[in-house]
Ligand binder design. Sequence first.
Ligand SMILES: [Zn+2]
Length: 405
Amino acid sequence: MKYSELSIQTQRAAPADIRTEGFAFLYRAGYLSRTGELLPLGQLAVQQLEQAWHKPEFEANVQNYLDRLGVPTSHSEDTGEYFAQFKNAGEEILLCPACGYAARHELARCHRQPFSQEEPQPVEKVLTPECSTIAQLALFLGIPQQKTCKALMFTRLQDEKLIFVAVRGDLQMSEAKLKTLVGEVRLATPQEISACGAVPGYASPIGLRNSLIVVDELVTLSSNLVAGANEHGYHLKNTNYPRDYAANLVADVCLANPTDKCLACGAPLELRLAEPVFSDGQLLFEKLLMILAEIAHDEKGLALPAEAAPFAIYLMNVPGKTLDTASAAEKLYHLLTDAGLSVLFDDRNERAGIKFNDADLIGCPVRITVGERGLQNGLFEIKQRRDTEIRQIDLDTLIAELRPV
Ligand SMILES: [Zn+2]
């Protein structure tokens, strides 16, 4: 296709407030509008990515495909998602570098160990004034937060049921895990909490009514935890599951932390920035283009892999003094397209410097230049976008080298 037919508008600079380097290059190279809509060049790139995915060589295997594109990815077996890792990614995953386990941070599982294992002791009610937070309670009783049980109360949207969640005092509950388990929830109001027999700040699952009790796995493995007495100003020492209360659901509902140990192999987990590129059984091609722009560029512009480039070849001429390099380039353009190659022919009447800059910016894998000196010897200049080497080769070699396999 000819440059003039695609109405490409490259930009010298991106606005200062543009999100990321990759986005800036997509904008400057004319793939995206300022507001992020795909322009013709961007649409072609996304089409290329889609077509490449349907090639038999990938055997419909997402990992093979993403590997070929050079995207560092992790696969979450829990959700079936594939995550691309790159510098400016907007989400977090926890990854085990040892065994490859990966999951969204809010859903990641990890190995949990009880703080200490003791014989269950009898429950003891203690006065704990001004102890409505775990930190105050632990300080007042002189115990680590790992020896306490924390209560969180929600109301389920679908049926207004109170969802009472008990987790170990030092851990943070994951709302994402809770929602997976019970559905959408909101924070319970003080009235809703009182109606079930709980007292905010001093709540525990003991003696509750009309509520769905969710107890975190680790609480069920712990002994003698301090929990609320459901009475203002009082806590209970030595609460033990299931001796002192029942649960409707026992599950992992806590956030894993970076450096927690991998559930599968025991190695420390690591936090990485990532974004899903395969989710709900779908490859997200447009997002993939954005991600490739982040990871496949240099200071001059995009350097997309062949599978994502809108054209395989950027063809241009350098105006000659005696020879008509523009006509020679036009002739070569037809020869190359007749050979089945996808070519972007820069047919503008512009200075060579501008064309070289745009070639680098747009980032097709191969640049071919028709210049006067080469033409006198029947040679064309070829350069790979990701290499610095420039070679002069004849037409037959050129076509043989570039012909799609
Ligand atoms: Zn592991």
